[in-house]
Design a protein around this ligand. Structure first.
Ligand SMILES: Cc1ncc(COP(=O)(O)O)c(C=O)c1O
Length: 394
């Protein structure tokens, strides 16, 4: 099937497997939680409408961080009451849109957001549910560039900064939620549990003061096999979760992004050239950091497969055609011997792959294809050269 697709579409293209997304969703939906729980897909991981639509059909909500993501979540079928809005830099436009849609909760990360949401809601005759994202000062033990739960960072607010009494007096808002998210690609479940415990204990403290929090939003971050060969131990995680929530009546939300879509996608690429540079063998592909940014951004090496039958191996640097010296997809990687015209698959690029892609160097963004056991179909067409000029005025 892959040969047929390569002939039909040309490279590069993202190839998603719908069945894998479904398996991931079912796995989470089948966990044996002893508390009220809802999963909200983090749209930033992959905002393709076809993917969002599939996820929404499985009783998931959505987590968005911009008006654009909110628009796409609504367009793909999510009900506003199943959408939560996070993000450390929401604009007035973002907030007004979220308020008028009356979504499940806007989780604030700056105290000034509270006044604005209150006043705008009152001006529209509305009351808006809000949450407060707490910065629990807990290390996710993940890559530094994707850790978000430590003091000194830009995410969330610390508990002692919040004047709960005055929040309760605002008539345009209702405080329903405490939230947190300590980072992405977390494989140490103990750190997640520690951060959940912190949030539970803060909500318990508030309850003693007569302030009742309805929902605890524990964020996402579930690690998958990627740059490390470890993934989250869900069995232990589930067991510990049930334990720490025993006897509590909070509703719980999780916001997984990567876990749902990462493994579902391969980026199919063609080898344009192979060259020798000093003692290095460099493979130049028709993919670059414009199509897959994470290796250049985080210094990770994605799993790679070469679609040839070579039994001999060599060590390569895999680069793209962008005029930047950071444009590498892998370095010093041992692969079957590669020649010009071979095809290479970058695996596990379903999360933060297409969604972080750009048209840098005026490269049209690639086609996206979704397959299942029976068929495949295009879910995003390749940009045309005209698309690259679409919003520009000469
Ligand atoms: C607030 C929030 N929730 C959820 C996520 C999703 O994280 P992941 O894709 O690692 O599950 C992110 C990712 O940046 C986030 O910032």
């Amino acid at each position: 099937m892959i040969d047929k697709m390569i002939n039909e579409f040309n490279t590069p293209f993202y190839l998603y497997n719908e069945n894998i997304i479904q398996e991931k969703i079912q796995f989470l939906n089948n966990l044996n939680f002893k508390f009220d729980c809802k999963f909200h897909f983090a749209v930033k991981a992959n905002p393709n409408l076809a993917i969002l639509n599939r996820i929404h059909l499985h009783n998931f909500g959505a987590e968005v961080v911009s008006a654009g993501e909110l628009f796409k979540a609504l367009k793909s079928g999510f009900d506003p009451t199943n959408i939560i809005f996070d993000g450390p830099g929401k604009t007035e436009f973002d907030l007004k849109y979220a308020i008028t849609q009356q979504i499940r909760s806007i989780n604030i990360e700056n105290l000034d957001e509270i006044d604005f949401i209150n006043e705008y809601s009152l001006s529209k005759g509305l009351q808006t549910n809000i949450g407060i994202r707490i910065n629990p000062n807990i290390d996710g033990y993940t890559l530094d560039k994707i850790t978000t739960g430590k003091t000194g960072g830009k995410f969330g607010v610390s508990f002692d900064q919040i004047d709960f009494d005055s929040i309760l007096n605002f008539k345009g808002i209702k405080l329903t939620t405490l939230s947190e998210h300590i980072g992405s690609q977390i494989t140490d479940h103990n750190q997640l549990i520690k951060s959940y415990q912190e949030l539970i204990s803060l909500a318990d403290q508030l309850l003693k003061k007569g302030i009742s929090i309805e929902t605890l939003d524990f964020g996402g971050g579930f690690g998958v096999i990627d740059h490390s060969d470890q993934e989250l131990n869900f069995q232990e995680w589930e067991k510990d979760l049930n334990k720490i929530l025993e006897g509590k009546s909070y509703k719980v939300i999780f916001e997984p992004g990567r876990y749902i879509v990462a493994d579902s996608c391969e980026l199919i690429s063609k080898v344009l050239y192979v060259k020798q540079s000093g003692n290095k063998k460099i493979v130049i592909t028709d993919c670059s950091f414009s199509e897959y940014l994470r290796p250049a951004l985080y210094d990770i090496t994605p799993p790679i497969e070469v679609l040839n039958k070579s039994k001999d191996f060599d060590v390569y640097d895999i680069a793209g055609g962008i005029c930047e010296s950071t444009d590498y997809l892998a370095k010093d990687i041992k692969l079957p011997q590669i020649k010009k015209g071979d095809y290479i698959k970058f695996l596990n690029v379903g999360a933060y792959g297409s969604s972080m892609s750009s048209t840098y160097n005026s490269r049209p963004r690639p086609l996206e294809v979704m397959m299942n056991k029976e068929e495949y179909r295009v879910i995003r067409s390749r940009d045309t050269l005209e698309d690259l000029c679409k919003n520009e005025i000469m």
